[in-house]
Design a protein around this ligand. Structure first.
Ligand SMILES: C[S@@+](CC[C@H](N)C(=O)[O-])C[C@H]1O[C@@H](n2cnc3c(N)ncnc32)[C@H](O)[C@@H]1O
Length: 293
Protein backbone atom coordinates (compact mmCIF):
# COMPACT_ATOMS: atom_id res chain seq x y z
CA UNK A 1 0.00 0.00 0.00
CA UNK A 2 2.88 2.38 0.82
CA UNK A 3 4.15 2.00 -2.71
CA UNK A 4 0.80 3.28 -4.01
CA UNK A 5 0.89 6.44 -1.85
CA UNK A 6 4.20 7.56 -3.40
CA UNK A 7 2.48 8.30 -6.69
CA UNK A 8 -0.27 10.83 -7.47
CA UNK A 9 -3.90 9.79 -7.88
CA UNK A 10 -3.76 10.63 -11.59
CA UNK A 11 -0.58 8.60 -12.11
CA UNK A 12 -2.18 5.68 -10.26
CA UNK A 13 -5.36 5.91 -12.39
CA UNK A 14 -3.31 6.28 -15.56
CA UNK A 15 -1.73 2.89 -14.84
CA UNK A 16 -5.22 1.37 -14.49
CA UNK A 17 -7.01 3.09 -17.39
CA UNK A 18 -4.37 2.87 -20.08
CA UNK A 19 -6.68 3.89 -22.92
CA UNK A 20 -8.18 6.93 -21.14
CA UNK A 21 -7.27 10.49 -22.04
CA UNK A 22 -5.13 11.57 -19.06
CA UNK A 23 -6.87 14.96 -18.86
CA UNK A 24 -10.26 13.31 -18.23
CA UNK A 25 -9.06 11.49 -15.09
CA UNK A 26 -9.35 13.22 -11.70
CA UNK A 27 -6.10 14.84 -10.56
CA UNK A 28 -6.89 14.59 -6.86
CA UNK A 29 -9.71 13.84 -4.46
CA UNK A 30 -11.05 15.78 -1.51
CA UNK A 31 -11.10 13.38 1.45
CA UNK A 32 -13.70 14.19 4.13
CA UNK A 33 -13.86 11.41 6.72
CA UNK A 34 -14.59 8.17 4.87
CA UNK A 35 -15.81 9.99 1.73
CA UNK A 36 -13.78 10.97 -1.36
CA UNK A 37 -15.14 13.72 -3.61
CA UNK A 38 -13.80 14.02 -7.16
CA UNK A 39 -14.38 16.13 -10.23
CA UNK A 40 -13.61 14.86 -13.72
CA UNK A 41 -14.73 15.21 -17.31
CA UNK A 42 -17.21 12.55 -18.40
CA UNK A 43 -15.53 10.92 -21.39
CA UNK A 44 -17.04 7.43 -21.31
CA UNK A 45 -15.13 5.96 -18.33
CA UNK A 46 -17.40 3.72 -16.24
CA UNK A 47 -17.92 5.80 -13.12
CA UNK A 48 -18.27 2.79 -10.77
CA UNK A 49 -15.00 1.25 -12.03
CA UNK A 50 -13.27 4.61 -11.66
CA UNK A 51 -14.76 5.06 -8.16
CA UNK A 52 -13.52 1.61 -7.11
CA UNK A 53 -10.00 2.47 -8.28
CA UNK A 54 -10.10 5.76 -6.33
CA UNK A 55 -11.17 3.87 -3.18
CA UNK A 56 -8.26 1.49 -3.77
CA UNK A 57 -5.84 4.44 -3.86
CA UNK A 58 -7.13 5.94 -0.58
CA UNK A 59 -7.27 3.09 1.99
CA UNK A 60 -9.55 4.96 4.46
CA UNK A 61 -12.17 5.80 1.80
CA UNK A 62 -15.41 3.79 1.75
CA UNK A 63 -17.51 6.07 -0.47
CA UNK A 64 -16.59 7.87 -3.68
CA UNK A 65 -18.77 10.76 -4.87
CA UNK A 66 -18.52 12.76 -8.06
CA UNK A 67 -19.02 16.47 -7.45
CA UNK A 68 -20.98 17.78 -10.44
CA UNK A 69 -21.45 21.34 -9.22
CA UNK A 70 -22.55 23.65 -6.45
CA UNK A 71 -26.09 24.99 -6.58
CA UNK A 72 -27.96 28.05 -5.40
CA UNK A 73 -27.49 30.78 -2.82
CA UNK A 74 -27.08 28.16 -0.08
CA UNK A 75 -24.16 26.65 -2.03
CA UNK A 76 -25.34 23.04 -1.89
CA UNK A 77 -23.31 20.31 -3.64
CA UNK A 78 -24.72 18.31 -6.55
CA UNK A 79 -23.20 14.82 -6.34
CA UNK A 80 -23.45 11.34 -7.84
CA UNK A 81 -22.52 8.16 -5.93
CA UNK A 82 -19.78 6.47 -7.97
CA UNK A 83 -18.79 3.66 -5.67
CA UNK A 84 -19.18 2.17 -2.21
CA UNK A 85 -21.19 2.78 0.92
CA UNK A 86 -24.19 5.05 0.21
CA UNK A 87 -23.91 6.46 3.74
CA UNK A 88 -22.39 9.91 3.14
CA UNK A 89 -22.60 11.18 6.75
CA UNK A 90 -19.10 11.38 8.17
CA UNK A 91 -16.84 13.12 10.69
CA UNK A 92 -13.94 15.31 9.56
CA UNK A 93 -11.22 16.24 12.07
CA UNK A 94 -8.77 19.16 11.97
CA UNK A 95 -6.68 21.12 14.53
CA UNK A 96 -8.37 19.45 17.54
CA UNK A 97 -12.04 19.93 16.58
CA UNK A 98 -14.51 17.83 14.61
CA UNK A 99 -17.22 18.46 12.04
CA UNK A 100 -19.99 15.98 11.35
CA UNK A 101 -21.76 16.50 8.04
CA UNK A 102 -23.48 14.75 5.16
CA UNK A 103 -21.03 15.31 2.30
CA UNK A 104 -23.78 14.73 -0.30
CA UNK A 105 -25.79 17.68 1.08
CA UNK A 106 -23.31 20.19 2.52
CA UNK A 107 -19.97 21.73 1.55
CA UNK A 108 -16.80 21.74 3.66
CA UNK A 109 -13.91 23.61 2.11
CA UNK A 110 -10.59 22.02 3.09
CA UNK A 111 -8.66 24.93 1.56
CA UNK A 112 -10.04 27.21 4.32
CA UNK A 113 -8.54 25.10 7.12
CA UNK A 114 -5.71 27.53 7.94
CA UNK A 115 -8.10 30.51 7.88
CA UNK A 116 -10.39 28.70 10.37
CA UNK A 117 -7.43 28.21 12.71
CA UNK A 118 -6.13 31.75 12.21
CA UNK A 119 -9.56 33.28 12.88
CA UNK A 120 -10.08 31.15 16.00
CA UNK A 121 -6.63 32.14 17.33
CA UNK A 122 -7.42 35.83 16.88
CA UNK A 123 -10.35 35.60 19.34
CA UNK A 124 -9.41 37.04 22.75
CA UNK A 125 -10.65 35.56 26.06
CA UNK A 126 -14.13 36.80 26.99
CA UNK A 127 -15.06 38.03 23.51
CA UNK A 128 -18.59 37.76 22.12
CA UNK A 129 -18.43 36.43 18.57
CA UNK A 130 -21.26 36.61 16.03
CA UNK A 131 -20.86 34.10 13.18
CA UNK A 132 -23.41 35.28 10.60
CA UNK A 133 -23.10 32.47 8.03
CA UNK A 134 -22.30 29.62 10.40
CA UNK A 135 -22.82 26.59 8.14
CA UNK A 136 -22.04 23.46 10.19
CA UNK A 137 -19.88 25.57 12.52
CA UNK A 138 -16.77 25.95 10.34
CA UNK A 139 -15.75 29.11 12.28
CA UNK A 140 -17.95 28.92 15.39
CA UNK A 141 -16.63 25.52 16.48
CA UNK A 142 -12.88 26.35 16.14
CA UNK A 143 -13.44 29.68 17.98
CA UNK A 144 -15.33 27.96 20.81
CA UNK A 145 -12.87 25.03 21.06
CA UNK A 146 -9.53 26.83 20.67
CA UNK A 147 -10.08 30.25 22.26
CA UNK A 148 -11.99 31.30 25.34
CA UNK A 149 -14.86 33.45 24.05
CA UNK A 150 -17.69 34.14 26.48
CA UNK A 151 -20.23 33.43 23.72
CA UNK A 152 -20.39 32.52 20.04
CA UNK A 153 -23.73 33.19 18.31
CA UNK A 154 -23.88 30.93 15.24
CA UNK A 155 -26.57 31.95 12.73
CA UNK A 156 -27.50 29.59 9.88
CA UNK A 157 -30.40 29.71 7.42
CA UNK A 158 -30.25 26.18 5.94
CA UNK A 159 -32.10 23.66 8.13
CA UNK A 160 -29.81 20.78 7.12
CA UNK A 161 -26.64 22.76 7.97
CA UNK A 162 -28.30 23.99 11.19
CA UNK A 163 -29.01 20.36 12.23
CA UNK A 164 -25.28 19.53 11.91
CA UNK A 165 -24.29 22.82 13.56
CA UNK A 166 -26.21 21.74 16.66
CA UNK A 167 -24.69 18.22 16.50
CA UNK A 168 -21.18 19.72 16.15
CA UNK A 169 -21.70 21.97 19.18
CA UNK A 170 -22.44 18.83 21.23
CA UNK A 171 -19.72 16.72 19.54
CA UNK A 172 -17.09 19.32 20.50
CA UNK A 173 -18.46 19.87 24.05
CA UNK A 174 -19.01 23.61 23.61
CA UNK A 175 -22.74 23.75 24.47
CA UNK A 176 -22.32 26.51 27.07
CA UNK A 177 -20.31 28.70 24.69
CA UNK A 178 -21.76 28.29 21.21
CA UNK A 179 -25.43 29.09 20.66
CA UNK A 180 -27.06 28.16 17.35
CA UNK A 181 -29.76 30.31 15.76
CA UNK A 182 -31.84 29.18 12.76
CA UNK A 183 -32.77 31.87 10.26
CA UNK A 184 -31.61 34.75 8.06
CA UNK A 185 -28.68 36.62 9.62
CA UNK A 186 -30.01 39.87 8.16
CA UNK A 187 -33.05 39.42 10.39
CA UNK A 188 -31.54 37.64 13.42
CA UNK A 189 -28.29 39.57 13.94
CA UNK A 190 -30.11 42.88 14.67
CA UNK A 191 -32.09 41.12 17.45
CA UNK A 192 -28.84 40.49 19.37
CA UNK A 193 -28.27 44.17 20.16
CA UNK A 194 -24.84 45.83 20.45
CA UNK A 195 -22.92 42.88 21.88
CA UNK A 196 -20.32 41.80 19.28
CA UNK A 197 -16.58 42.05 19.86
CA UNK A 198 -15.99 40.10 16.65
CA UNK A 199 -18.21 39.32 13.65
CA UNK A 200 -17.43 36.59 11.13
CA UNK A 201 -19.04 36.86 7.69
CA UNK A 202 -17.92 33.68 5.90
CA UNK A 203 -19.96 33.71 2.69
CA UNK A 204 -19.52 34.32 -1.05
CA UNK A 205 -21.69 36.25 -3.46
CA UNK A 206 -23.06 39.39 -1.86
CA UNK A 207 -21.66 39.16 1.69
CA UNK A 208 -21.69 42.96 1.86
CA UNK A 209 -25.53 42.90 1.69
CA UNK A 210 -25.47 41.60 5.29
CA UNK A 211 -23.07 44.34 6.48
CA UNK A 212 -25.84 46.72 7.71
CA UNK A 213 -27.21 43.87 9.88
CA UNK A 214 -23.69 43.13 11.14
CA UNK A 215 -23.17 46.81 12.02
CA UNK A 216 -26.30 46.75 14.18
CA UNK A 217 -24.43 44.43 16.60
CA UNK A 218 -21.29 46.63 16.81
CA UNK A 219 -20.32 47.81 20.29
CA UNK A 220 -19.88 51.54 21.04
CA UNK A 221 -16.15 50.90 21.70
CA UNK A 222 -15.76 49.08 18.36
CA UNK A 223 -15.85 45.61 16.82
CA UNK A 224 -13.60 43.57 14.51
CA UNK A 225 -15.22 42.15 11.36
CA UNK A 226 -13.85 39.36 9.13
CA UNK A 227 -15.68 39.69 5.79
CA UNK A 228 -15.13 36.99 3.15
CA UNK A 229 -15.90 37.32 -0.57
CA UNK A 230 -14.88 36.07 -3.99
CA UNK A 231 -13.20 38.84 -5.96
CA UNK A 232 -11.40 39.48 -9.22
CA UNK A 233 -7.75 38.41 -8.99
CA UNK A 234 -5.34 41.26 -8.33
CA UNK A 235 -7.37 44.44 -7.77
CA UNK A 236 -10.53 42.82 -6.32
CA UNK A 237 -9.39 42.96 -2.70
CA UNK A 238 -8.77 46.73 -2.79
CA UNK A 239 -12.07 47.38 -4.59
CA UNK A 240 -13.93 45.35 -1.95
CA UNK A 241 -12.30 47.29 0.89
CA UNK A 242 -13.28 50.59 -0.77
CA UNK A 243 -16.89 49.39 -1.04
CA UNK A 244 -16.91 48.23 2.62
CA UNK A 245 -15.41 51.42 4.03
CA UNK A 246 -17.76 53.64 1.98
CA UNK A 247 -20.82 51.67 3.14
CA UNK A 248 -19.67 51.83 6.78
CA UNK A 249 -19.15 55.59 6.47
CA UNK A 250 -22.59 56.12 4.91
CA UNK A 251 -24.18 54.20 7.82
CA UNK A 252 -22.34 56.21 10.49
CA UNK A 253 -19.31 54.02 11.23
CA UNK A 254 -15.60 54.72 10.97
CA UNK A 255 -13.67 51.74 9.63
CA UNK A 256 -9.97 50.90 9.84
CA UNK A 257 -8.35 48.18 7.76
CA UNK A 258 -6.48 45.65 9.95
CA UNK A 259 -5.55 43.07 7.32
CA UNK A 260 -6.63 41.75 3.93
CA UNK A 261 -5.59 38.33 2.73
CA UNK A 262 -6.13 35.87 -0.07
CA UNK A 263 -7.54 32.72 1.58
CA UNK A 264 -7.29 30.63 -1.56
CA UNK A 265 -7.35 30.68 -5.31
CA UNK A 266 -10.88 29.95 -6.59
CA UNK A 267 -10.64 29.98 -10.38
CA UNK A 268 -8.49 31.38 -13.16
CA UNK A 269 -10.01 34.83 -12.62
CA UNK A 270 -11.24 34.81 -9.01
CA UNK A 271 -9.82 34.46 -5.53
CA UNK A 272 -11.34 34.04 -2.09
CA UNK A 273 -10.30 36.92 0.13
CA UNK A 274 -10.97 38.04 3.69
CA UNK A 275 -10.97 41.67 4.76
CA UNK A 276 -10.40 42.15 8.48
CA UNK A 277 -11.34 45.59 9.77
CA UNK A 278 -12.31 47.48 12.90
CA UNK A 279 -15.55 49.50 12.95
CA UNK A 280 -16.70 52.05 15.45
CA UNK A 281 -19.85 54.19 15.48
CA UNK A 282 -19.04 57.84 14.76
CA UNK A 283 -21.91 59.08 16.96
CA UNK A 284 -22.78 58.45 20.59
CA UNK A 285 -25.10 55.44 20.26
CA UNK A 286 -26.89 56.14 23.51
CA UNK A 287 -28.43 59.28 21.97
CA UNK A 288 -28.41 58.47 18.24
CA UNK A 289 -31.32 57.02 16.23
CA UNK A 290 -29.50 53.69 15.67
CA UNK A 291 -29.16 52.89 19.38
CA UNK A 292 -29.94 49.30 20.44
CA UNK A 293 -33.19 48.67 22.23
C1 LIG B 1 -20.35 28.62 1.96
S1 LIG B 1 -21.06 28.27 3.54
C2 LIG B 1 -19.72 28.82 4.52
C3 LIG B 1 -19.74 28.36 5.92
C4 LIG B 1 -18.62 28.99 6.78
N1 LIG B 1 -18.99 30.36 7.16
C5 LIG B 1 -17.29 29.00 6.05
O1 LIG B 1 -16.89 30.10 5.60
O2 LIG B 1 -16.65 27.96 5.90
C6 LIG B 1 -22.20 29.61 3.71
C7 LIG B 1 -23.32 29.30 4.70
O3 LIG B 1 -24.10 30.48 4.87
C8 LIG B 1 -25.47 30.10 4.94
N2 LIG B 1 -26.26 31.28 4.60
C9 LIG B 1 -26.48 31.82 3.38
N3 LIG B 1 -27.25 32.92 3.48
C10 LIG B 1 -27.52 33.08 4.81
C11 LIG B 1 -28.26 34.05 5.54
N4 LIG B 1 -28.87 35.06 4.92
N5 LIG B 1 -28.32 33.93 6.88
C12 LIG B 1 -27.69 32.91 7.52
N6 LIG B 1 -26.99 31.95 6.87
C13 LIG B 1 -26.89 32.04 5.53
C14 LIG B 1 -25.57 28.95 3.96
O4 LIG B 1 -26.70 28.17 4.20
C15 LIG B 1 -24.26 28.22 4.20
O5 LIG B 1 -24.39 27.23 5.19
Amino acid sequence: MLALRRTSLREFLKSKFTCADLRTLPKKAKIIGHVALVRFQDKGIDSEVLGKAIAEFYPTVKTVLRLQGISGKLRQPVVELMYGDPNTETIYKEHGYKFMLDVSKLMLCLGNSYERLRTARSVRPGEVVVDMFAGIGQFSIPCAVISKPSKVYAIEINEEAYRYLKINITLNNVEGIAESMLGDCKVLAPTLGRIADRIIMGYFGGTIEALPAALSTVKPEGTTIHLHELVKRGTGKDELWKEISELCFSLGYASTLLDSRVVKSYSATKEHVVIEFKVKPTEDLSTGPSSAT
